[in-house]
Design a protein around this ligand. Structure first.
Ligand code: COA
Length: 173
């Protein structure tokens, strides 16, 4: 536990964020893509260093990086003031990403990240936090339920030729 270290990410971390974004998404969902190119196009688009460079400095975005010893093993991102049709709040915050490398799952890193996220969202004035999670991602749904999120809606999203179904979950802060 004491080997785990988490801090807010800065522009210096964009290469690590790009690596983690691509690697953890592939580890978690790569098997769901029949055509590997749909996946690699999405990863290149979503986690390019250029895109992250502009994203990380936006005042409504907050990123964290997690280390195990000297190894960077996970990251998270929230977007402050991010409304959802499923959440009635004037001050909603979206948990957009929370991803740990496969080799470091179930070590409590996610729980520590989640705690920091709640604290930051509260001190930034958010009243609710919400997220979208793939319905088939049972481990993540369990993790969110343990952290007092409840299902409040559902929606679909396509990447390339693949269609995915999501739960929307939220909790009061
Ligand atoms: C969801 C995710 C971020 C959780 O992070 P994590 O570091 O694995 O989570 P933690 O170790 O803090 O907690 C999970 C484990 O701790 C244990 N645990 C922690 N607190 C517990 C509690 N109060 N009661 C019971 N078990 C508990 C559980 O054994 C659980 O293991 P399990 O999920 O294998 O059953 C992580 O699984 C992940 O990155 N998954 C892949 C990417 C992903 O799906 N991201 C979310 C996309 S929406």
């Amino acid at each position: 536990m004491s080997n785990i270290n988490i801090r807010i990410a800065t522009i210096e971390d964009v290469h690590d964020l790009s690596f983690l974004g691509k690697k953890t998404f592939d580890q978690s969902f790569g098997h769901l893509f029949e055509d590997r190119k749909d996946l690699t196009d999405y990863l290149d688009r979503t986690f390019s260093v250029e895109k992250l460079r502009s994203s990380v400095v936006k005042p409504h975005n907050v990123y964290w990086v997690a280390y195990y010893g000297n190894t960077v093993v996970g990251y998270a991102k929230i977007q402050l003031d991010s409304p959802s049709g499923f959440v009635e709040s004037t001050k909603p915050c979206k948990l957009q990403k929370i991803y740990i490398l496969k080799e470091y799952l179930s070590m409590g890193i996610g729980a520590q990240l989640q705690e920091l996220i709640f604290n930051k969202a509260i001190t930034s004035g958010s009243e609710y936090i919400w997220l979208s999670v793939l319905k088939s991602n049972e481990k993540a749904v369990r993790f969110y339920e343990r952290n007092s999120y409840a299902i409040v809606g559902e929606h679909a999203f396509s990447i390339g030729k693949e269609d995915f179904d999501f739960w929307v979950m939220s909790r009061k802060l």
